[in-house]
Design a protein around this ligand. Structure first.
Ligand SMILES: [Zn+2]
Length: 62
């Protein structure tokens, strides 16, 4: 991927909405510069790993 998600323009987003969905569906990284989230580290310009979802969300018992 030549472009990072951070470089996507509004048009890129509209054209690649299904690709974008796949990229952001279960994000493991966020860009510390642009606040974008993505499952692929190199798709962000300043990626930082997200902490595990377990620590930030309440899980329903059961
Ligand atoms: Zn970025």
């Amino acid at each position: 991927m030549a472009k990072t998600l951070c470089d996507w323009s509004k048009k890129d987003i509209e054209k690649n909405i299904s690709k974008l969905r796949a990229l952001v569906e279960s994000p493991e990284y966020v860009c510390s510069k642009c606040a974008r989230a993505c499952s692929i580290k190199r798709a962000l310009c300043r990626p930082v790993a997200l902490p595990s979802a377990k620590s930030t969300h309440h899980r329903k018992a059961g």
